[in-house]
Ligand binder design. Structure first.
Ligand code: CDT
Length: 314
């Protein structure tokens, strides 16, 4: 029996600052309806899918910041997503800004959840590789203040059993780090789902948009191939109040090949039949970790973060 899941990469076009949650959720529901019509059992939405990419705005008033956060999921405005999941028998992945009180202390995370076909939340991930900066940076063409608004995620990179397979999550900038995929690969992951909000231009250089689009695919294809896993990467794309975000949402096979891809910068669904059994070949051959990894030579990866130059005196 094969373990084939029909997956929809549900790219979102821009969400303007003024667009409210109800309107966004209606767009997500329209994509779920489309996905159902195309036989999807899982739909993957982007990072911070309920709002504009607010970390581009510098804010000092915490009450203003908190407007962008969810204090519970499901909530009144997001419950229809869970109802649709149940109605269609369709799992979903959703990114959102999470404000939570734990042991009396308030925390804010860039979070994503994995919801199974029954509408139950099976997993939660909190973004670990937060890009950007804390204070206003006048040297940048625009701000990227994730380090100001979010804490570093505290849940690690676990995997969860779903659809008779092993699923993992990461968020946007996490995809650029091979460690992200390898930690999940070491737990046998078979499908990594992730969302991204990636500016089309670099705020600090004239890096060409096509190079940035290349880096997006390069990172996700490498993560897929080197861990022999499916990767579903989904963008929020297009022009949000004058700020361009790249598209290119893709479903990537364990071979590293692109199986389906979005071609617009709008709400769009790319669909592929993903056979989890295709992960076996790579996991049993070139990336059979137990046989081929040489951890005695990898110590530096967990011993240090930054570069330490070798002593070149002799
Ligand atoms: N959302 C997010 O993580 N975006 C980053 C932009 C990097 S530039 C500060 C990304 O890695 O795509």
């Amino acid at each position: 029996m094969t373990r084939t899941i029909t997956v929809g990469a549900a790219q979102l076009g821009p969400i303007q600052k003024a667009e409210d949650r109800v309107s966004v959720v209606n767009r997500l529901l329209a994509l779920m309806e489309k996905a159902h019509a195309r036989g999807c059992q899982l739909i993957v939405f982007p990072e911070l899918a309920l709002t504009t990419f607010f970390p581009r705005y510098y804010m000092e008033d915490q009450a203003e910041v908190d407007e962008w956060f969810e204090t519970s999921i499901p909530s009144n405005s997001t419950q229809p997503l869970f109802d649709a999941a149940q109605r269609y028998g369709m799992g979903f992945h959703l990114g959102y800004a999470e404000k939570v009180k734990e042991e009396g202390i308030t925390h804010r995370y860039n979070t994503a959840i994995l919801v199974e076909q029954s509408g139950n939340v099976v997993g939660k991930y909190r973004k670990i590789h937060l890009p950007g900066h804390v204070e206003f940076d006048s040297d940048r063409a625009f701000q990227h203040l994730e380090k100001r608004y979010f804490e570093i995620g505290n849940l690690g990179f676990p995997v969860w059993k779903m659809f008779d397979g092993l699923f993992g999550m990461c968020i946007c900038n996490d995809r650029r780090w091979p460690e992200t995929f390898r930690v999940m690969g070491l737990q046998g992951v078979e499908m990594v789902v992730l969302g991204y909000n990636t500016p089309t231009v670099n705020s600090q250089s004239d890096e060409a948009p096509h190079v940035r689009a290349f880096h997006n695919l390069l990172s996700m294809q490498a993560g897929a191939y080197q861990n022999s896993t499916w990767v579903i990467g989904v963008a929020k794309a297009g022009n949000e109040d004058g700020h361009e975000l790249m598209g290119g949402s893709a479903i990537i096979a364990p071979s590293g090949e692109v199986a389906a891809q979005c071609v617009t910068l709008e709400d769009e669904l790319a669909v592929a039949d993903c056979n989890l059994d295709q992960c076996h070949f790579g996991k049993q051959t070139v990336f059979d970790f137990a046989r081929h990894r040489r951890i005695e030579h990898y110590g530096l990866i967990t011993e240090q973060t930054g570069v330490v130059l070798p002593d070149m005196e002799h």
